[in-house]
Write a protein that binds this ligand. Structure first.
Ligand code: UD1
Length: 429
């Protein structure tokens, strides 16, 4: 487990540039295997999850060259229909390979992605979509097997607007016979980015960004050149970092309209937020005011920003209620924040956060990606030294996290696992 030590209490100042969106890069990289020839995709964030996706695409037979922030993906004429367990287990987004493999190989075997630290996260809606398009589905020894001579367009209603199900079905539908209509589709910007990418390969996807997406199947798709959108969750994380340390941070390479719900809540907390064409600046000189937040599918407040926002509320001047409606078990960070002096009570899907004047440094554990980021932010604002273990979760989703924070003046180091704790490393401030 990777651990960092953070010396808190310094206001962050300066500029930070966002990378490409992880949640757009992963589906788009998978989508590239729908084409006949090579695609070049830029603005790819350098992350552990991207490396896992590269390994998965190679495992099914694609040629992949990753160079800086660019990836070239050349799909093999004959792809292997089976995704390896080890890679799918490592990253849930690997399940997105099911739709492209099914429509290209006429069959696909992909392991169930399994449980996850933030909730059950089933894939039933992905499978219902493929079934509606004529696929036969069976589950055997932990693998989902799907088979269809030719997928056919269908009307598909999603019980909840699942991002992954919308993307998986959308990809399969691009090469199916006839028209597919996804109702109650996810409207996230990453879904729109995938649709734009598919259209640049010759697909006919209309309505992405609304709750009704129409896909007319085409005979074939060609390779393309495409640049991924900036990461709105990364941007939100650095905005909260600026606010929680009472600093002034300019976040560059963002699309401010993707962050409307987050900006509104930061303003409610008393932050000064200045939107540029491709940047957002935040400043806060006092303790934040409390704010009630409910996570919702886009354009609502993103569940991926819930944990960082809870860190901010934990030092506010009053009581905030944070309701998590997207995932059923996404408060793992609350208990760790309590170790740092936060007053948080969990009541079902709600966290009641009574602000305290200041958090204090402690040893804490990241249970998942966003929880880990939230704990680092709490550590940056806390008095004294915080040690966050489980940083490998954070590195799955934030490119150059420590370098970017240090660029803003944070005092943060990786603990060398060889160091003897008994020597009192934490007292070396
Ligand atoms: C994606 C994001 C993740 C984000 C989430 C919600 C990627 C790689 N990950 O995850 O960062 O937190 O959207 O914005 O893009 N559900 C079902 N059945 C299904 C599928 C989903 O019941 O077949 C439920 C889930 O349990 C969850 C809700 O739908 O409660 C939303 O999940 P979904 O939108 O599918 O999330 P992911 O695509 O996994």
């Amino acid at each position: 487990m990777r651990t960092v030590v953070i010396w808190g209490g310094r206001p962050l100042q300066g500029k930070v540039k966002c990378d490409g969106a992880k949640n757009a890069a992963l589906p788009i990289m998978v989508g590239a295997i729908l084409a006949q020839d090579v695609s070049k995709i830029s603005n790819i964030p350098r992350l552990a999850d991207v490396d896992t996706m590269v390994a998965l695409l190679r495992a099914v037979g694609a040629k992949v060259r990753l160079d800086g922030d660019e990836v070239e993906i050349e799909p093999a004429e004959r792809l292997s229909k089976e995704a390896p367990y080890d890679l799918v287990r490592r990253m849930r987004a690997s399940f997105l390979i099911m739709g492209p493999l099914l429509v290209r190989c006429r069959e696909a075997s992909v392991p169930l992605p399994g449980g996850c630290a933030i909730g059950q996260r089933p894939v039933d809606l992905h499978l219902k979509g493929f079934q509606a398009m004529g696929a036969e589905i069976s589950i055997d020894r932990g693998y989902v097997h799907a088979r269809a001579r030719k997928l056919k367009g269908a009307g598909i209603y999603l019980d909840v607007p699942s991002v992954g199900a919308t993307e998986n079905i959308m990809m399969a539908a691009t090469l199916a016979d006839g028209e597919t209509i996804i109702e109650n589709a996810a409207q996230e910007p990453e879904v729109v980015d995938l649709a734009n990418f598919l259209n640049s390969m010759g697909a006919e996807v209309r309505g992405a960004g609304t709750s009704r997406i129409r896909i007319s199947g085409v005979k074939e798709l060609r390779g393309t050149k495409y640049a991924i959108i900036p990461d709105r969750i990364e941007a939100a994380t650095y905005l909260v970092a600026g606010a929680i340390t009472r600093g002034k941070v300019l976040v560059e390479n963002v699309i401010p309209t993707h962050l409307k719900s987050v900006i509104a809540k930061l303003q409610e907390c008393g932050c000064n937020v200045l939107e540029g064409a491709k940047s957002i600046e935040i400043q806060l000189g006092t303790r934040p005011a409390p704010a009630n937040v409910k996570t919702l599918p886009y354009p609502g407040f993103p569940t991926d920003v819930q944990a960082p926002f809870m860190s901010l509320c934990s030092i506010s001047t009053g009581t905030s209620i944070i309701s998590e409606t997207v995932f059923e078990n996404r408060f793992g960070h609350a208990e760790e924040l309590r170790r740092m002096g936060a007053k948080i009570r969990i009541e079902g899907p709600n966290a009641v956060v009574e602000g305290v004047p200041q958090l204090t440094g402690a040893r804490v554990q990241a249970s998942d990606l966003r929880a880990g980021a939230a704990l680092c932010l709490a550590g940056l604002s806390a008095e004294g030294v915080t040690e966050v273990t489980g940083m490998e979760h954070v590195e799955r989703g934030y490119a150059s996290f420590l370098t970017k924070l240090r660029g803003l003046g944070a005092s943060i180091s990786v603990i060398d696992p060889g160091i003897n704790r008994a020597s009192g490393f934490l007292n070396t401030t």
